[in-house]
Design a protein around this ligand. Sequence first.
Ligand code: NAD
Length: 392
Amino acid sequence: MRTLVLGGDGYLGWPTALHLSEAGHDVAIADSFVRRQYDHELGVESLVPVEPLHTRVGVWKELTGRQLSMFRGDITDAEFTYEMIRGFRPDTIVHFAEQRAAPYSHIDRQHAVYTQVNNLVGTLNILFAMADIDPAIHLVKLGTMGEYGTPNIDIEEGWIEIEHKGRKDVLPYPKQPGSFYHLSKVHDSHNIMFTCRAWGLRATDLNQGIVYGQQTPQTALDPRLATRFDYDAVFGTVLNRFVVQAVLAHPLTVYGSGGQTRGLIDIRDTAECILLAAENPPEPCEFRVFNQMTESLSVAEIAKTVAEARGESARIEYLDPPRVEADTHHYNVAHSRLIDLGLEPHLLSETLLTSLFAIAEAHKDRADPEAIRPWIDWRRTTNRPPLTSPSP
Ligand SMILES: NC(=O)c1ccc[n+]([C@@H]2O[C@H](COP(=O)([O-])OP(=O)(O)OC[C@H]3O[C@@H](n4cnc5c(N)ncnc54)[C@H](O)[C@@H]3O)[C@@H](O)[C@H]2O)c1
């Protein structure tokens, strides 16, 4: 199977590319390296040093004999996208290549516009290229559980049966996203669903939970194969942030009361879910939705779990919530379709936390505790400008 991983230099794209390569896929990676530029813009960096992509690809070849092809370019550039897909002729395109931080999309007008242009135009270019070059290509697209928001009913896996005035239909589950970033994913989902219906494309939309963890069996082979570990207030996901705060003996900063409940997934399961989706493609015209999460926990429960695993030294501090979101709410999510395909989830455990603490300990000299304080406010009252800005 020939698999093109868009965004393959990122936190999840890189370990997924290695997982697919080890499973025998012929893998190509594409990336614009814009994620590395956001670090310069925000004045932060991955806690774990990350080698340039060509070094990582070379080390993987040296250790395993497996070759990864590379395309450097921006998928919002249609010419680049068409040439790459014509040249590599993938069976599957795994699409991670988006701006993925909700706070980043709320810095100011430019960052909201940049996020939506980057994400929507990139995905549209992929859809048109698939239709024009080979409509049989399977698109595996990363969406987010945040697309659904927090309705006061159970969240189903993509679709919901509705009875209205005596008639029934199965309709896309309502989406109530909480940021310009999450909105970009909803708009993407609509564009993908429409092109499956109109042009006969096939796609899997993966509504992924918040990912935690930093190592997979493949990245652990050599420090030069490491993936990113973001812990800052803009790109750091909640559990990774708490682990760094605990290691620095700083309070774990919870927004509001911490009652916000979210779907979570271990990085090793992300890579496995992509493999399962790629190897079990949908039919032509099918727009398939999986909820890619394995457990749900409230932010307060995550903080408590990290604090307890760390021992008495970890304290919790409750901050005014920078986001506009429900502080406590119903959250019960259907997520059985990837399990049906064979996923055996890793649940959050002491062992995982111990290994995350060890990673954070090893690199704690690189950590800037100030970078973890939230400074982007959904209500636009306290935002300060970043060091530089994106071009739109
Ligand atoms: N990390 C999470 O917890 C999480 C949760 C849910 C969904 N997701 C989704 O998974 C995907 C990957 O997330 P991640 O955490 O690896 O993000 P990341 O920012 O680390 O990686 C994304 C990669 O895509 C590249 N990219 C962005 N725009 C591009 C463009 N126009 N052309 C080419 N390359 C481009 C970036 O340079 C980066 O290397 C994203 O779509 C994200 O929305 C992530």
